[in-house]
Write a protein that binds this ligand. Structure first.
Ligand code: HEC
Ligand code: HEC
Length: 221
């Protein structure tokens, strides 16, 4: 493996990281991705190669994640959301040992690689994960009702999220992953979640959360 400070590429990457640190804080509640990331022209083919080599082993070749709730689907997720989350792992504002160590390795310090992989993933098609093990209609209807009243104003009427507002697509996401993120957010284990978002989730009971995860994971993006 290359030693980061001993070659020109390494110096360029370290410089890029330092510059990024000046303009991008990624703090709790932040709603905008770095302007440089949005403006950049990403190379999706390069992103595909990076994805196959470094990400597909966990996230899956078609980026659909895993049903056990550990690994999220990434296919069809918004570019701005992927870029923000990768920055947050790199800067320790979202906790997960696997993603944090990956992003903190020297070779992911470059903005170009992050933008390329995000462009590739945003262009992929997400297939609906298809609900939890129970799959009950009743709980799904409960989730649909909570979603319309409490969540759709930001996440969109069909859970499609928003590229410009940096709101994640939830439609089609893995059921167990959605459940875990909602519980993690409420219990303070996902520090990059905005405080007002946690306040919205806190009053939900276990059946509301199961229902939301059921409803959203069944939705076709
Ligand atoms: C060792 C397994 C592993 C590898 C390799 C891996 N990931 Fe992940 N990734 C995970 C896990 C587990 C999570 C969920 C962590 C959590 O709960 O915060 C995750 C979460 C993410 C998220 C957040 C998604 C969301 O909906 O908020 C993004 C974006 C992401 N990974 C992108 C990537 C990219 C891009 C690569 C390759 C450069 C990659 N991952 C490689 C395991 C992995
Ligand atoms: C005011 C706008 C807003 C409302 C209302 C809102 N959200 Fe969110 N939600 C966001 C934003 C922005 C994020 C991204 C947070 C981050 O950057 O990590 C997010 C993230 C999430 C995530 C994490 C997705 C992932 O891929 O890891 C889940 C799950 C979620 N919201 C569910 C909900 C549910 C369920 C409701 C309704 C009870 C809701 N949200 C209401 C804006 C909102």
């Amino acid at each position: 493996m290359n030693t980061p400070l001993l070659n020109a590429t390494g110096i360029a990457l370290v410089t890029a990281l330092a510059l990024t640190a000046c303009v991008y804080r990624g703090g709790p509640g932040e709603s905008a991705p770095p302007a440089s990331a949005v403006a950049a022209v990403a190379d999706s083919a390069q992103g595909a190669r990076l994805y196959a080599a470094e990400c597909a082993g966990c996230h899956g070749v078609t980026a659909q994640g895993t049903a056990n709730g550990q690994v999220p689907a990434l296919a069809g997720q918004h570019r701005s959301v992927i870029i923000k989350q990768l920055h947050n792992y790199r800067e320790g504002e979202r906790w997960d040992a696997r993603m944090e160590s990956l992003m903190q390795e020297h070779r992911y310090s470059g903005e170009g690689q992050i933008e390329d992989v995000a462009a590739y993933l945003a262009g992929m098609r997400m297939a609906p994960a298809g609900g939890g093990p129970g799959g009950e209609t009743e709980i799904s209807a409960r989730g649909a009702s909570v979603f319309v009243h409490e969540c759709a104003s930001c996440h969109g009427p069909r859970g499609e999220g928003s590229e410009t507002k940096v709101v994640p697509r939830l439609a089609g996401q893995q059921y167990m992953y959605l459940r875990r993120q909602l519980h993690d957010a409420i219990d303070g284990r996902r520090p990059n979640f905005p405080h007002d978002h946690i306040a919205r989730l806190a009053p939900l009971d276990v059946d509301d959360i199961d229902g939301l995860a059921e409803y959203l994971s069944e939705l076709a993006p």
